[in-house]
Structures are given as structure tokens and as C-alpha cells.
Design a protein around this ligand. Structure first.
Ligand code: ADP
Length: 196
């Protein structure tokens, strides 16, 4: 299937939205591989700092463990840095932006870099299923924020701080809603269809 992301000489940014536990990470990985995009997962970047025990890692660990959001200025600096290191800006964001302030700043950055937003897929999964998925993932991954209590906090934070992004992008006609229930291949096909 051809897709506008197939043009590898063009800059593109895909902004992947969805609540914690919706399966964004896995699907973003696959989209990145298929379309030659760099996946920028802010959760992975932050967890890597925690693992390496960097200053930033020490600073953010308690925030991650509590299920709160890391301050916008830290995230914006991380993303600025990441994009500056790329030869071509062909990226898929997973877990960023998470607040309207981050989204505004990302608009500025992408404009500076001459990179259009190719799509904003939103992966939708019912709340009850999200908690179940996170708790079972925690059993496998050992992620310290994948307990039921922290998962519920992350859902709340999502509702309060990240959900406004749905309106932010849909009012500009950029949002593409995708049903995130079903097996991984099925969900992937739906994603490809909306990005085509
Ligand atoms: P999930 O989507 O499963 O909740 P992530 O791996 O995307 O998890 O993020 C894990 C944690 O990292 C978040 O709960 C938050 O503390 C922090 N984080 C990641 N991305 C951001 C962001 N864009 N802004 C603020 N905090 C973030």
C-alpha cells in the first residue's frame, strides 16, 4: 500500500496520541520501521536516564514513579536536542506532546525545521481495558510505574492534561481516530489506513 509517508526525501512528523496502555509504543515501533521514521518516545528517553543514573534521571525518577508529568521545559529541551541531531526530520512522536504547552512549542520547532505534521492518529481504548493491560504489562516488564495505583493516576493525568490535545489537533483537521481494540495486526492496518 502506498502512503504519503513513503516519500523518504520529505520531512514528516507523525504525532501519536492515546492514553497510557493503549499500545502506542508497539505500534509506533512498527510504523517507524515500515516508513523509515525515527521513533521519539519520551517515556523511553526518560527511563533510559533513570537507568543510567544521570542528573536528569535522578531528578525525574520520583515523578515517573508517582505517575505525574515531568515539567514541560525539561521535555521541550529534550525534544529540541533530539531533533537538532537528525539529518532529516522524519519522526514519529510517542508520548509527546502531553500538554497544550508542549504542543505549542512543538509547532514552533517543526515550523523552524520545515517539517509538516503528516498525521495525528489517536488510539482509542476503553478505560477498563487500559488498566488491565498496564497491570499485566507491569508483571512482565517490571516497570515501576505499571502498578494499578500509578496506572490510575496516569489515566487521571491523561484526562486532565493530555486530552485537551484532542481538541487542539482536531480543530485543525489533523486528528485521525483509530479503534485500538483488537489484535495488533488489525490495529496496525487501521493505522496505516488513516495515515495513507
Ligand atoms: P505511558 O504512555 O505508558 O504512560 P510513557 O512511557 O509514555 O508511558 O511515559 C512514562 C512517564 O514518563 C509518564 O508517566 C511521565 O511521568 C513521563 N513522561 C513521558 N513523556 C512525557 C511528556 N511528554 N511530558 C511529561 N512527562 C512525560
Amino acid at each position: 500500500m502506498t502512503n504519503r509517508l513513503d516519500n523518504r526525501s520529505q520531512n514528516h512528523a507523525v504525532i501519536f496520541l492515546g492514553p497510557p496502555g493503549a499500545g502506542k509504543g508497539t505500534q509506533a515501533e512498527r510504523l517507524a520501521r515500515n516508513y523509515g521514521l525515527v521513533k521519539i518516545s519520551t517515556g523511553d528517553i526518560l527511563r533510559d536516564h533513570v537507568t543510567r543514573g544521570t542528573d536528569l534521571g535522578l531528578q525525574v525518577k520520583p515523578i515517573l514513579d508517582a505517575g505525574h508529568l515531568v515539567p514541560d521545559d525539561i521535555l521541550i529541551a529534550l525534544i529540541r536536542d533530539k531533533l537538532a541531531g537528525l539529518e532529516r526530520v522524519r519522526v514519529i512522536f510517542d508520548g509527546f506532546p502531553r500538554t497544550v504547552a508542549q504542543a505549542r512549542e512543538l509547532d514552533v520547532l517543526l515550523e523552524e525545521l520545515g517539517t509538516p505534521i503528516a498525521g495525528v492518529p489517536l488510539l482509542e481504548v476503553p478505560d477498563a481495558e487500559l488498566i488491565a493491560r498496564i497491570v499485566s504489562r507491569g508483571r512482565d516488564s517490571g516497570r515501576s510505574d505499571d502498578t494499578e495505583e500509578v496506572a490510575r493516576r496516569r489515566q487521571e493525568v491523561y484526562r486532565e492534561q493530555t486530552q485537551p490535545l484532542i481538541e487542539y489537533y482536531s480543530s485543525r483537521g489533523q486528528l485521525q481516530t483509530v479503534d485500538g481494540v483488537g489484535d495488533m495486526d488489525e490495529v496496525y492496518t487501521r493505522l496505516q489506513n488513516v495515515l495513507a
